[in-house]
Design a protein around this ligand. Structure first.
Ligand SMILES: Cc1cc2nc3c(=O)[nH]c(=O)nc-3n(C[C@H](O)[C@H](O)[C@H](O)COP(=O)(O)OP(=O)(O)OC[C@H]3O[C@@H](n4cnc5c(N)ncnc54)[C@H](O)[C@@H]3O)c2cc1C
Length: 480
């Protein structure tokens, strides 16, 4: 039995693992990708060699520092290993195409990060329409630019960062559209005065803005995507002026020819394992909708389970790392490796960091409040659940008779596919909210189900169970 098992090898998972190991706890960490790093510290694909680290930028260097600390620690790292389920003190994990196994730990830290906020609009499933995270992965890990004429549409701080990053890697970004308003001098004054000590974030934002100016990428505020058009892939994009709630204003549409549309309207925390564990959830649209309830040591309402990082609410890497360190020393104290007084004094600077970041984020969120219009772009024929091919009309028909997401899922199969609702569930909730005039926050999500990642049945099947009549455990002839 491990003292701590950590799900996710991003900044949060890595920071938690190093801190827990520092206090003598035995730690195992699972990461489903081939390498540690998560989103911001994503590493290059195999075959790439960095010749000059000093040319790689601050994120790369910070990431290498954290990766080095993990390597120097006694943390057992299991990459290429997905956690499929959680039950009490057990995790069900699967490495590559091997059989699933069960790992037990006295405490579990969930640090699964976030995924792109999907936005459903006519044409969103056309090849060439990609998420900002997907585009970033291509350029960051493979140095591949996703297309030759790229339009970026999104909102929030990353709507500045992504197009600037893409352009830096040589991509031809023809324009960037921000759904929210242009920052006013007053906003910038508030950020600088009411949330001091966030200079580095302001400096990054300014650097990205200047990069867009230097590369002559026009940035249009208050414009939102309306639809993507094309035969076999995206060829044209229609965008329009957005009102304060991000509804497109009729008569303001513009059409532009592209081969790639990159969508970046923010992120959703990956909460499947938290919901599966039975953790209580609450709602905060600006943290990504449904988020897990935490105490001051990042403990969820399930006694042995902590949650940290973007998976516990999208707040960026500095908050993710501070939360992770707090959770780790909290567990060290809980398990008797250090005293509570010691844990409190060690965690003080990290709590201070959280306060500083959150003061800044609060003001920023007011500037980039997610508008409800982003969930109202679909037309009756638009596919909402892309895994199961369920259209808006079919969902609307069933929503006339029920507001219960699990029932809607049962009737239409929306949310039953490979992504398990990560792409469509929030949109379905927004449709229900509109139809019944109830807040999205009051609509419970569908129950999370095992396995949270797609897996071959043979990997989780119990070979000891045999029924000559119905099946034999024969991997060769088994139909996966
Ligand atoms: C797409 C995307 C792009 C971003 N780009 C930037 C940027 O350019 N600049 C910036 O400042 N911030 C960026 N951010 C924000 C920043 O990267 C995050 O705040 C930070 O990485 C959060 O760290 P984390 O450890 O909580 O999550 P992540 O970095 O997302 O790490 C979570 C890890 O958990 C793993 N995981 C998830 N589920 C499982 C499972 N079931 N089993 C095993 N492993 C699992 C994932 O593979 C991932 O590696 C981005 C965020 C996202 C989602």
């Amino acid at each position: 039995v491990w003292d701590v098992a950590i799900v996710g090898g991003g900044p949060a998972g890595m920071a938690a693992s190093v801190e827990a190991a520092r206090h003598g706890l035995s730690v195992i960490m699972f990461e489903e990708r081939v390498a540690l790093g998560g989103q911001i510290y994503k590493q290059f694909g195999p075959g790439f060699v960095v010749k000059d680290p000093s040319a790689m930028g601050r994120d790369y260097r910070d990431g290498q520092k954290l990766l080095g600390a993990v390597q120097e620690s006694k943390v057992m790292v299991r990459t290429n290993t997905s956690v499929l389920s959680i039950y009490a003190d057990e995790l069900v994990v699967v490495s590559g195409d091997q059989k699933a196994e069960t790992i037990r730990a006295r405490r579990i830290i969930l640090a699964p990060g976030a995924h792109d906020r999907p936005v459903v609009f006519p044409g969103w499933t056309l090849p060439g329409v990609i998420t900002a995270g997907g585009a970033q992965t291509m350029v960051k890990t493979q140095r591949v630019v996703p297309g030759e004429r790229i339009l970026f549409a999104g909102s929030g701080p990353l709507a500045l960062a992504f197009p600037a990053q893409l352009r830096k890697y040589g991509a031809n970004v023809i324009a960037a559209l921000e759904a929210g308003p242009a920052p006013r001098l007053n906003d910038l004054f508030h950020l600088a005065v009411k949330a001091p000590r966030n200079f580095s974030v302001l400096r990054d934002a300014l650097t990205y803005r200047l990069a867009l100016l230097r590369f002559r990428v026009p940035l249009h505020y208050r414009r939102i995507i309306v639809r993507a058009e094309g035969e076999d892939r995206v060829e044209m994009v229609v965008h329009a002026k957005a009102d304060a709630d991000w509804h497109p204003i009729p008569g303001t549409e513009e059409r532009v020819a592209v081969d790639t549309l990159c969508i970046g309207y923010g992120f959703f925390p990956s909460t499947e394992l938290m919901r599966l564990a039975g953790c209580e959830m609450e709602y905060d649209e600006n943290l990504g909708g449904s988020v897990v309830r935490l105490d001051e040591w990042m403990r969820t309402t399930v006694p042995n389970v902590c949650a940290v990082g973007d998976g516990a609410g999208v707040e960026g890497s500095i908050v993710a790392i501070a939360q992770a360190q707090i959770a780790a020393v909290g567990i060290a104290a809980d398990l008797g490796f250090i005293g509570l007084d010691q844990a409190e004094s060690i965690s003080r600077p990290w709590r201070d960091k959280l306060r500083v970041k959150r003061a800044f984020a609060k003001i920023l969120q007011r500037m980039h409040n997610v508008g409800s219009g982003v969930y109202e772009l679909d037309e009756p024929d638009t596919i909402v659940c892309r895994c199961e091919g369920v259209r808006s009309r079919e969902l609307q028909d069933i929503i006339e008779s029920t507001s219960d997401i699990p029932v809607i899922k049962g009737f239409t199969r929306a949310g039953m596919g490979l992504c398990q609702g990560r792409n469509c569930q929030h949109h379905v909730a927004a449709m229900i909210s509109r139809h019944y005039s109830i807040p999205v926050a009051a609509i419970p999500l569908a129950t999370a189900r095992f396995p949270v990642r797609p897996v071959f049945l043979r990997q989780v099947a119990d070979d000891s169970v045999e029924s000559k009549k119905y099946f034999v455990p024969d991997a060769e002839s088994a139909d996966d």
